[in-house]
Ligand binder design. Structure first.
Ligand code: 5GP
Length: 212
């Protein structure tokens, strides 16, 4: 297998259970590393700076954009969110599969910059289940929930840009499914360029030997 890790984007409607799913994936397998994003959103109760996010203000976020410190960034429900660049590049070079848990605009930007990235979209089994999960977690006001549901409707239009859709019904099964997809993705020619290149070169040498 190639030494470089795969850049995996995991998106999904707010309330689809992406966070829990990613934690389950990290718990089960040690080949994944989760990128911690930078955001201008206020921390929720229990969120720690540098763990869930790097919390910052707009001025610092915009400075980071200006000096090219982000792989991608997007506006989401009135706040900025972005992926710090250096850490992700280091982890990929060290052979780890890096997970970006980001929304759709950022996902599309990543696919354009890194065509060999893998884009996964997580959805609950139904819209009603999504609404129920958002309401039950009690971390957002009714107004924010309404905003997030409206955003989900918009995002549902862009799902075709992803490589795979994963239905998050039973957590453990879903984590396993993602791991399986990543494993299969490793075997795609776009991610086996080194191997194909070596074989091709050798075959060409054989062919030349026959001709000479
Ligand atoms: P939340 O406020 O619920 O933590 O996140 C809101 C949305 O922002 C989620 O869809 C999440 O995946 C997305 N998000 C988190 N970090 C990033 C990031 O670095 N870049 C982009 N484009 N989206 C992000």
């Amino acid at each position: 297998m190639e030494k470089k890790g795969i850049l995996i984007v995991i998106s999904g409607f707010s309330g689809a259970g992406k966070g829990t799913l990613v934690r389950e994936l990290l718990r089960r397998y040690d080949e994944y590393a989760l990128s911690v994003s930078m955001t201008t959103r206020e921390p929720r109760a229990g969120e720690r700076d540098g763990v869930e996010y790097f919390f910052t203000d707009r001025a610092h976020f915009e400075e980071t954009i200006a000096r090219g410190g982000l792989l991608e960034y997007a506006g989401y429900c009135g706040n900025y969110y972005g992926t710090p660049k250096v850490w992700v590049e280091e982890q990929l070079s060290a052979g780890r599969n890096v997970i970006l848990e980001i929304e759709i605009q950022g996902a599309l930007e990543i696919k354009e910059k890194f065509p060999e990235s893998l884009l996964l979209f997580v959805t609950p089994p139904s819209a009603a289940e999504l609404e129920r999960r958002l309401t039950e977690r009690k971390t957002e006001s009714a107004e924010v929930i309404a905003k997030r549901l409206a955003r989900a409707a918009e995002e549902s239009e862009g799902v075709e840009a992803y490589d795979y859709i994963v239905v998050n019904d039973i957590l453990e099964e879903c984590a396993e499914e993602i791991h399986m997809l990543v494993d299969a993705a490793r075997r795609a020619p776009v991610r086996r360029k080194e191997l194909i290149g070596e074989i091709r070169e050798e075959l060409n040498r054989f062919a030349k030997g026959v001709q000479d």
